[in-house]
Design a protein around this ligand. Structure first.
Ligand code: ZN
Length: 329
């Protein structure tokens, strides 16, 4: 308290003017950047009001939710566990939900390196039952539904600019996901055909929109591979230190990728530094022109693909067991 009082005289007129715009009785909402997925595959960021303190799930709904194994290939200690939760699916809609989970997993597991490593995934489906079908603000803004995870377009109505930003009550989504034996990444599907999604520790996607599965693939690039975004929105020039992520560098020679330079990459072209990455137009470089960390529907580049394989090996101990040579006869 003492400290902030001392700082008060330092406030400039413009800062005071800002305070004056805050309506009486309420503070300005805290803002946060959220990843937005456009229908043409491009990815941007939206500055969106933060969610108010989130309510917890109804304990009866939690107790009633069934956990269905979609694919179980081994002990969770030796697997990557992907957990689907659904919102806006009533008891009658669970068949649709099951089909939505199946198609999203099929889409995801067809993309490398998931295709090669899909047997090292456990996939769980938590049957979250909602009172009403659909999600908020779908198809029109202002139309509200009583659902278990409070999912809604326009980031639950908070972001006046970004219709396709599908936000969820992350507290509730994680509570339901925790019913599965283990959860390394949560994907919340909304019962809608309208394109939408959002990134984060809980990735969201429209359950019945064929394109929306790409969002989960991109998010797993972050959560499994520790990969940076390769798009260059919203900032101008980067002047910070060398980023820790393997797929971006501030070094225009691309020395970070020395053993890859000039090699062909699965997303097209060869590995060579391209300016514009990790939210900056200049001063940061990406390894290829257009990988899935920049545009949905594309492949991971070889830097990203190898980072994910390395992460699989770190997460899945049995992948590292040495092959025992046959005993001499
Ligand atoms: Zn991203």
């Amino acid at each position: 308290m003492q400290r902030s009082r001392l700082l008060l005289p330092a406030l400039t007129m413009s800062a005071l003017a800002l305070f004056a715009q805050v309506p009486a009785g309420g503070a300005a909402p805290a803002m946060e950047w959220r990843e937005v997925f456009n229908e043409d595959g491009s990815i941007t960021q939206a500055l969106t009001p933060k969610a108010p303190a989130e309510k917890s799930s109804d304990f009866r709904a939690l107790a009633a939710a069934e956990v269905i194994p979609v694919q179980v290939t081994g002990d969770s200690a030796d697997r990557f566990d992907l957990v689907f939760v659904g919102d806006g699916y009533t008891a009658e809609d669970l068949t649709t939900y099951t089909a939505n989970v199946k198609s999203k997993w099929e889409e995801l597991s067809a993309v490398e390196p998931f295709a090669t490593y899909k047997e090292y995934f456990n996939v769980w489906q938590v049957n979250v039952v909602s009172a009403e079908s659909g999600v908020d603000h779908d198809p029109t803004k202002g139309l509200l539904k009583n659902t278990a995870l409070d999912m809604g377009f326009w980031c639950q109505g908070r972001d006046a600019n970004t219709e396709r930003l599908l936000c969820v009550n992350e507290t509730k989504a994680k509570e339901f996901a925790a019913l599965a034996p283990q959860s390394d990444q949560v994907i919340a599907l909304g019962n809608t055909t309208k394109y939408g999604g959002a990134g984060g520790s809980v990735a969201t996607a429209s359950g019945s929109n064929a394109q929306a599965g790409q969002i989960a693939i991109h998010e797993l690039g972050h959560s499994i591979g520790g990969l940076a975004d390769e798009y260059d929105y919203p900032y101008a020039n980067y002047t910070g230190t060398e980023p820790r992520e393997i797929n971006v560098t501030k070094d225009p020679t691309g020395a970070k990728w020395a053993e890859y330079l000039g090699q062909p990459s699965p997303d097209g072209g060869v590995i060579a530094p391209v300016e514009g990455a990790r939210y900056y137009k200049t001063g940061l470089y990406r390894p290829t022109g257009n990988s899935i960390m920049r545009t949905l529907g594309k492949q991971f580049n070889s830097i990203g693909r190898d980072a994910m394989i390395k992460a699989f090996k770190a997460k899945i101990p049995s992948l590292n067991e040495p092959v025992t040579p046959p005993a001499p006869q």
